[in-house]
Design a protein around this ligand. Structure first.
Ligand SMILES: [Fe+2]
Ligand SMILES: [Fe+2]
Length: 197
C-alpha cells in the first residue's frame, strides 16, 4: 500500500526501470562469465593476482544475484540476447586472459569505464525522480530509495575494479588503443541491444 503522499511511477518511468534492470542483469551475467573465463589462465601465470580476481568475481556474482532477484520480483522479461552474451562474454574473457595479464586488465578497464558511466546515468535519473517527488511535497518510496542505494553501491564497486585494472598495468596492454576501443564499442552495442531486445 502506498501512502497518499507517495506518487506511483509513471508508465515512462516504469518502462525505464524495466529496461534498466534487464540490461543490468545481462551486463552482470557477462561480468561473471568474463572473470570466470579469465581467472584460470591469469592465476596460472600470475599467482599473486588470485585474491584480486576472486574479489572482483565475488562482487560481480553479488551484482548478478541482485539483479536476478529484482528482475524476478518485478516480473521483467530477461533479454532475448542472453545466450549470445553468454558466448560473447566467455570468449572475451578467455581471449584477453590468453593475451596476458595486461590485456585482461585492459578488458576490465574498458568494460568498467562503460559500465561505470552506464550505472551513473541510472543513478542520476533516479536521483532526479526523487528530487522531483520531494519538490512537490511527496515522499520517495522505500523501494526507490533502496534501488538508488543499490545502484550507487554497484557503480562504486565497478569503478573500484577499474582502479584495480589500471593499478595492474592495463595501460601496458598492446595494442592498448585498439583493444580497449573494440571492447568499449562492444559494450555500448550490447547495452543498446539489451535495452531493446
Ligand atoms: Fe558488476
Ligand atoms: Fe565490474
Amino acid at each position: 500500500m502506498q501512502s497518499s503522499s507517495q506518487k506511483p511511477l509513471s508508465l515512462a518511468q516504469q518502462e525505464f526501470l524495466d529496461r534498466a534492470l534487464r540490461v543490468n542483469q545481462a551486463g552482470e551475467l557477462a561480468a561473471v562469465l568474463i572473470y570466470d573465463a579469465q581467472t584460470p589462465p591469469i592465476v596460472r601465470q600470475n599467482p599473486q593476482l588470485k585474491d584480486l580476481m576472486k574479489h572482483m568475481y565475488d562482487q560481480e556474482a553479488n551484482h548478478f544475484q541482485t539483479f536476478n532477484e529484482l528482475v524476478a520480483k518485478h516480473r521483467i522479461r530477461p533479454t532475448l540476447m542472453y545466450p549470445v552474451w553468454r558466448v560473447a562474454a566467455t570468449a572475451l574473457g578467455w581471449s584477453t586472459a590468453v593475451m596476458g595479464r595486461e590485456a585482461a586488465m585492459a578488458c576490465t578497464e574498458a568494460v568498467e569505464t562503460e559500465i561505470g558511466e552506464h550505472y551513473n546515468r541510472q543513478v542520476q535519473t533516479l536521483f532526479k525522480w526523487a528530487q522531483d517527488v520531494e519538490a512537490k511535497g511527496g515522499q520517495v518510496s522505500g523501494e526507490m530509495k533502496e534501488l538508488l542505494g543499490t545502484l550507487r553501491r554497484i557503480r562504486d564497486e565497478e569503478l573500484e575494479h577499474l582502479d584495480h585494472a589500471v593499478e595492474n598495468d592495463a595501460k601496458e596492454a598492446r595494442p592498448y588503443e585498439a583493444l580497449t576501443g573494440v571492447i568499449r564499442t562492444g559494450c555500448r552495442a550490447a547495452i543498446w541491444i539489451s535495452e531493446r531486445v
